[in-house]
Ligand binder design. Structure first.
Ligand code: AGP
Length: 617
């Protein structure tokens, strides 16, 4: 959840730390802080705990240039333990101020460790779990350990998933990083004049395009031009760097007011990225070369579980629906945080497919590991190709949407849906359910998808007045049926995370079983009702809402002249083959949430209490 960054090199670390934090700020923006070792060899720490303005206020605080040093660490926080304020902001220091740490993750046994440290006379300055690390490491350094030894010693005391970077005044030329479990990665890179590490590759790209990923249970020491890796026994690890495909420019806002608007606009290209190298439009064929399962293995699959969290879970629901429908394999979606605790029946014939933009979501990684241990083949549909999820999975299906910075997932959802639709076709083909003609037909339809989505994006202007109307409601209901259910759920999720309006997403058939009690003039209903086999049932649902005094906004297929007679607002999406309709209705849902958030004065890129990558359970 939090972002960490460390620099050891020949330049003044302060502006570089601020730039590094800007790149990882989307992981948490409750506070921001840096520690640098100054010319006198002392650690100087500056931090701000001002919610969304923390990093800008920090940048302002160090802009005079008085603070400088060639080694430092930085942190942007997503609060878990302790309220958002300056005192709880990272970095945290040891009692004598000679060690400073920045932490991502949760120390599950921190109360026990804190009591022990308090009993030994240590005074805590914050309410965070992280501060125990500063004292454990500080005590060990004071007793003569090197910073690396002290960090390894601390690793043996803590429980839970953790990533931490640390500096010590006793070794002013280095910074040390540690990864325990899956608390968001640490990526490391170097050039001749510096070495850097961060939670995310994007922060390293101004320096280098070859990176090393720290694995769980590993420690790294960086100094100018040097990277040294160790395991928790202190033995040296050799690892080659890998070239990253990520691109720094692609992760900038450009002319867009927000990352979210840029990423919504990039969806036609995101779909093309997901189709590239898989769908052959000239031949009308489809092949997913990244699937490493043998044909026999694919034929023996008797169940597929798709798993993910938040938007990725909604995408998994879509995936289950399209896989079962096209490949005729029983498929369900399960929330990753529940998967391993629900004692599911898993064996070598159960294929588990995780969906995750970041590839670092703690619950999703845990679900994947659980499935692997149970002997199930595991695949991942993912944006970040070097992420931990890709190292757990047996095969990786990159969605290739391009880096998504906005906290709200948009283009990665549509690219993941495109990937899952192709997976469904591929499985159906291999299992003899779909013949070459049907595959050719679907591939032909997929060829139209980017331009259909581009046309749907033009609805922005029409959606704005509806968004302004929805902004006046405190409660919203989202309804869909069949493959529109995940879209209704996603519409509700987007609206709650960005506009902070309370929405409920439901299968439309469910409304009579409880939701109807809430219908009335103070709740608006958003209905996904494209022209398909369930259209007439949706018309009944709209009428039922209207009969109870509710206001209805319907997302319908272009040319629909029935819904306009009963609904209050209508958004018409391009007519498309039924198989593509969820893509058409998803776009207005995203724009609606974005525009409603703006109408209410929210910051769509930094919704309150959220972070892009959720590395704690
Ligand atoms: C939705 O807009 C959020 N970004 C969130 O629900 C997200 O989809 C979820 O946290 C999962 O993240 P992942 O795709 O990186 O695993």
């Amino acid at each position: 959840m939090c972002g960490i960054f460390a620099y050891a090199g020949s330049e003044n670390a302060v502006p570089l730390l601020i730039d590094g934090l800007r790149s990882v700020e989307y992981r948490g923006y409750d506070s921001a802080g840096i520690s640098v070792i100054d010319e006198s060899g002392s650690i100087q720490t500056v931090k701000r705990g001002d919610h969304k303005s923390s990093l800008e206020n920090l940048a302002e605080a160090v802009s005079s240039g008085k603070l400088s040093g060639q080694v430092g660490i930085g942190h942007t926080r997503w609060a878990t333990h302790g309220v958002v304020n300056q005192k709880n902001s990272h970095p945290h220091s040891s009692s004598d101020g000679t060690v400073s740490i920045a932490h991502n993750g949760i120390i599950e046994n921190f109360l026990e460790l804190k009591d022990e440290l308090i009993d030994s006379g240590i005074e805590f300055k914050s309410e965070t779990d992280s501060e125990v690390l500063a004292h454990l490491i500080g005590n060990a350094v004071e007793s003569g350990s090197s910073l690396r030894e002290a960090v390894i010693g601390a690793a043996s005391r803590i429980r839970g998933n953790t990533a931490v970077v640390a500096v010590s005044a006793a070794e002013p030329g280095i910074a040390v990083g540690l990864r325990v479990g899956n608390a968001g990665g640490i990526v490391i890179g170097k050039n001749d004049s510096a070495a850097v590490m961060a939670s995310d590759t994007i922060a390293l790209l101004p320096y280098i395009n070859e990176v090393i990923y720290l694995e769980p249970g590993e420690v790294v020491e960086i100094e100018r031009g040097v990277i040294r890796l160790f395991n928790l026994e202190g033995s040296v690890i050799e690892r080659e760097s890998v070239v990253t495909a990520q691109n720094f420019e692609a992760a900038q806002k450009g002319n867009h007011p927000h990352f979210m608007s840029k990423e919504i606009a990039e969806q036609p290209e995101a779909i093309q990225g997901a189709l590239r190298g898989r769908a052959d439009f000239a031949a009308g064929t489809l092949d997913i070369p990244e699937i490493t399962l043998t044909r026999d293995q694919i034929k023996s699959i008797d169940r597929i579980i798709l798993t993910g969290m938040g938007t990725a879970y909604n995408t998994a629901l879509y995936g289950a629906s399209v896989i079962e429908s096209l490949a005729r394999i029983p498929a369900t979606a399960q929330n990753s945080s529940e998967l391993r605790y629900s004692n599911p029946v898993l064996n070598s014939n159960t294929l588990v497919i995780a969906v995750t933009q970041s590839g670092e979501t703690a619950d999703t990684l845990a679900a994947m590991e659980h499935a692997r241990q149970a002997g199930s083949p595991v695949g991942v549909v993912v944006e970040f190709e070097g992420s931990q999820a890709t190292r757990i999975a047996d095969f990786t299906l990159p969605v290739r949407a391009g880096q998504e910075i906005g906290v709200a997932s948009t283009k990665t959802m549509i690219a993941s849906m495109t990937t899952l639709l192709q997976l469904a076709v591929s499985l159906g083909q291999i299992r003899g359910i779909l013949d070459a003609d049907r595959v050719k037909q679907i591939v032909g339809q997929l060829a139209e998808l980017p331009s259909l989505v581009a046309t749907t994006l033009e609805l922005d202007g029409e959606i704005t007045p509806l968004a302004e109307r929805l902004a006046t409601f405190g409660d919203l209901l989202y309804l869909g049926r069949g493959d529109q259910v995940p879209i209704a759920l996603e519409g509700a999720l987007k609206m709650k995370e960005l506009a902070y309006i309370h929405p409920e997403g439901n299968p439309a058939g469910e409304m009579k079983h409880g939701m109807n009690a809430l219908l009335g003039s103070d709740m608006a209903t958003i209905v996904c009702a494209p022209k398909n086999g369930l259209y007439e049932k949706m018309l009944s649902n709209i009428s039922e809402v209207k009969a109870r005094g509710g206001e209805v906004a319907a997302i319908v297929t272009e040319g629909d002249d029935v819904v306009e007679r009963i609904a209050d607002h209508m958004i018409q999406v391009p007519d498309s083959p039924e198989i593509l309709q969820p893509f058409m209705t998803l776009i207005p849902m995203q724009i609606l949430a974005y525009r409603t958030a703006l109408a209410l004065g929210r910051d769509p890129d930094k919704p309150r209490n959220l972070a892009k990558t959720v590395t704690v359970e």
